[in-house]
Design a protein around this ligand. Structure first.
Ligand SMILES: [Zn+2]
Length: 273
């Protein structure tokens, strides 16, 4: 299929620093999941070690000792655990979204090079990461690892990022997919079909793939965040941070299944013609 060919072509043009080498990117979703899980575990354990060592070495009369690490220290840890270098910046989030998730991970785009790196937006206070925000750190790091392990994310963005419908697609995704509001699948499908109307077959498939990839990485990220919230809770008496939402709250699986079925129908119809 043309779609598959174009993705391969686009992926071959994405530079190092945006994606890992084929040693890591080749293989199935399952292989990617194993690698992401290992890297997340390394990140968590390095960060926890640093918090622990600061709690021991800092002045006893500092009540905040062991509660914060700096953005620079966090960056050093990232650089250490990444199997290959990535272009990324760590920034402070300024707003709270409806899901109460303070962070975000996104591609940065330059005019000459297209996608030239990533921004990891974290709930830092005075450039410091608070210990109870570690699960959120793991959530956002999970996105970064997904993008680097599976270049389909950036290839998809390159193929539709400058299309007229891209903004509307994002709005529909935010309102009907990345939400815990209980919209019926029927309604979600209707809204999505209205967006796809009059698009080329190629655009339809890419738009649906965009939604699917976003749902997949969010589902992974919420699973990871929940796992590390549980881990942190075991080590921290009197933890104040409330548990994160679960992937089930968002019905990610059902929505992914819906997208798959819409994609299959388009492909089947195309083959008939
Ligand atoms: Zn997320």
């Amino acid at each position: 299929m043309a779609n598959l060919f174009f993705y391969k072509l686009i992926i071959s043009m994405i530079s190092n620093g945006i994606k890992f080498s084929p040693t890591y990117t080749k293989g199935s979703t399952r292989t990617h999941n194993i690698i992401r899980t290992q890297l997340s575990e390394q990140l968590y354990s390095e960060v926890m070690d640093l918090f622990a060592s600061q709690a021991c070495t800092e002045a006893k009369n500092n009540p905040k000792a062991g509660e914060y690490i700096s953005k620079d220290q966090l960056r050093e840890i990232f650089v250490k655990i990444l199997p290959e270098p990535l272009n990324f910046k760590i920034q402070t989030s300024t707003k709270r979204d409806i899901q109460n998730n303070l962070g975000a991970s996104m591609c940065t785009i330059s005019d000459e090079q297209g996608i030239d790196g990533y921004r990891l937006i974290l709930p830092l206070k005075d450039n410091q990461l608070y210990i109870e925000d570690i699960p959120e750190l793991l959530h956002e790091a999970g996105h970064l690892l997904d993008y680097a392990l599976n270049p389909q994310y950036t290839a998809n963005l390159i193929s539709i990022g400058n299309k007229d419908f891209y903004k509307k697609l994002g709005e529909i995704y935010e309102k009907f997919y990345y939400t815990i509001t209980d919209y019926s699948l029927f309604r979600i499908k209707r809204v999505t079909k209205a967006l796809l109307k009059n698009m080329s077959c190629e655009d339809k498939l890419n738009a649906l793939k965009n939604i699917k990839l976003r749902l997949m990485t969010e589902s992974n990220a919420y699973l990871t965040e929940n796992h590390y919230w549980q881990e942190l809770k075991k080590h921290r008496k009197g933890m104040k941070k409330a548990p994160p939402l679960s992937p089930l709250d968002f019905r990610f699986r059902e929505k992914i299944r819906l997208i798959n079925s819409m994609r299959y129908k388009i492909v089947a119809k195309e083959r008939k013609n």
